[in-house]
Design a protein around this ligand. Structure first.
Ligand code: DQA
Length: 143
């Protein structure tokens, strides 16, 4: 039986492909979903990919993961930099949670260098584009 994993994506990630393609690439959100499903299958995981522009919905999904003991790959998007609500939800995790960013946030604007999530995550991967999601899923499969 393969292990279930949630891949959760925050605001504006549903607009991949058309959103600032010079930063986030030309592949759209559907391509990211397909990429994660394939990477999950390769790692022996059953991956469910979700996206929301709403903080409360993401908090609810993190509660669900905590209650069900599910590992999570989380790209909190802009919430990374200021959502204490999301951080407090991540802190309740009962399984590994890997924070992922498509871009290298440490090399961008100073406001993106504040990250309120990392301290309560298992680890963080940034700057590898879609490959970061594969690396996170492989790590979860081995942890
Ligand atoms: C992001 C980086 C964030 O700073 C930004 O707000 C995003 C995407 C990334 O994947 O590189 O929306 O999390």
């Amino acid at each position: 039986m393969s292990r279930r994993v949630l891949v959760l994506n925050g605001p504006n990630l549903g607009r991949l492909g058309s959103r600032e393609p010079e930063k986030y690439g030309t592949q759209d959100y559907a391509a990211l979903v397909e990429f994660c499903h394939k990477a999950g299958r390769e790692a022996g995981l059953e991956v469910e990919v979700r996206q929301s522009d709403h903080e409360g919905e993401l908090v609810g999904w993190l509660h669900e993961a905590a209650d069900e003991g599910l590992p999570v790959v989380l790209n909190p998007a802009a919430f990374t930099h200021y959502s204490i609500a999301l951080r407090d939800a991540v802190a309740q995790r009962t399984a590994p949670l890997i924070e992922v960013h498509l871009t290298n946030v440490a090399a961008r604007e100073s406001f993106r260098q504040v990250d309120v999530i990392t301290a309560v995550a298992t680890g963080v991967i940034a700057g590898l584009g879609f490959e970061g999601y594969r690396a996170a899923l492989l790590a979860i499969a081995r942890l």
